[in-house]
Design a protein around this ligand. Structure first.
Ligand code: SAM
Length: 279
């Protein structure tokens, strides 16, 4: 038996101390490869002229030099500006830019390795009316001036079911969006999450914001058009699981004090509540 057994088989059969199953080594290799890929993407991002990176957040942070100047300094074209907040790989920003050459688009996310994909695609396809900003949405008013933004898209955000303040459609975020949105500016929410959709609807009603469009099943709705048919990475995954897509568009039509809705909303049964930290 010993003569034909490999070294590893022998080690395994005698419970060799220090034996590490092969699978662990390949896991480590995979992690190292992912790390290397991320570093490659970060390095490449530094060379993209369509990306602005400013991930650090600190108290008393100064305004960014592009604040109020995105059209004149960055795009060099004076067109209405749309933001996609939590853009991930930037599918919405890039596709919308293709559909609307007379508008400018900026995808915002804190995760550079994801945004690399959209930024690279835009470079490769020569789409010049889309850019990317790597920063925290919490400080977005350090980057955009009052009234500089015409529309905001929030695409498949983590619903943050345990933390209202981290939810991208909570009133603390509405306060920030209000500072940069032009009068009449629209916020679009596209989500798989019934929790996020119901919460946002309650928040909108509680504050008397104007609803522009609303459906709890977009793909069965007459609202569906070319722009609403754009599918993000997360949207594809949720749709494959048979989850209906919800869409809500509304206007922040006043500057009064905002109130959080005081309602109990059923949590999404298919989500792990602890997952948010990794999103
Ligand atoms: C669930 S993913 C959705 C990504 C993309 N919109 C999609 O549909 O595929 C949420 C994204 O929002 C980003 N994000 C969440 N909170 C953020 C914050 N406060 N500031 C910046 N990015 C944030 C995450 O980094 C992540 O890429």
């Amino acid at each position: 038996m010993w003569a034909s057994a490999s070294k590893n088989e022998i080690k395994r059969s005698v419970g060799f101390i220090g034996y590490r199953p092969k699978i662990k080594k390949s896991d480590n290799q995979k992690i190292a490869e992912v790390g290397k890929n991320k570093l490659k993407k970060f390095a490449e991002m530094e060379t993209f002229t369509n990306v602005v990176q400013s991930p650090m957040q600190h108290p008393g942070q100064a305004d960014h030099e592009l604040k109020g100047k995105w059209n004149t300094e960055f795009f060099k074209s004076n067109q209405p500006l749309t933001l996609e907040l939590g853009c991930g790989k930037g599918e919405y920003s890039v596709s919308q830019a293709k559909f609307n050459p007379l508008k400018n688009f900026i995808g915002v996310d804190i995760k550079g390795a994801r945004m690399w994909k959209g930024a690279k695609l835009a470079v490769e396809q020569g789409i010049t009316n889309v850019g990317f900003l790597r920063t925290s949405i919490e400080i977005i008013d350090k980057f955009f001036a009052e009234g500089e933004v015409q529309e905001i898209w929030i695409t498949f955000p983590d619903p943050q079911m345990k933390s209202t303040r981290r939810r991208l459609t909570a009133t603390n975020f509405m306060e920030i969006y209000r500072r940069i949105l032009a009068p009449g500016g629209i916020i679009h929410l596209k989500t798989d999450s019934n929790f996020q959709y119901q919460y946002t609807l309650e928040m909108v009603k509680e504050n008397g914001f104007e609803i522009v469009a609303n459906t709890d099943n977009l793909y069965q709705s007459e609202l569906l058009d070319d722009v609403l048919s754009i599918q993000t990475f997360y949207e594809k995954q949720w749709r494959e699981r048979g989850i209906d897509i919800k869409y809500l568009a509304f206007k922040l039509n006043h500057n009064e004090q905002l109130r959080e809705p005081d309602v109990e909303i059923e949590k999404d049964p298919y989500r792990s509540f602890g997952r948010s930290a990794r999103e």
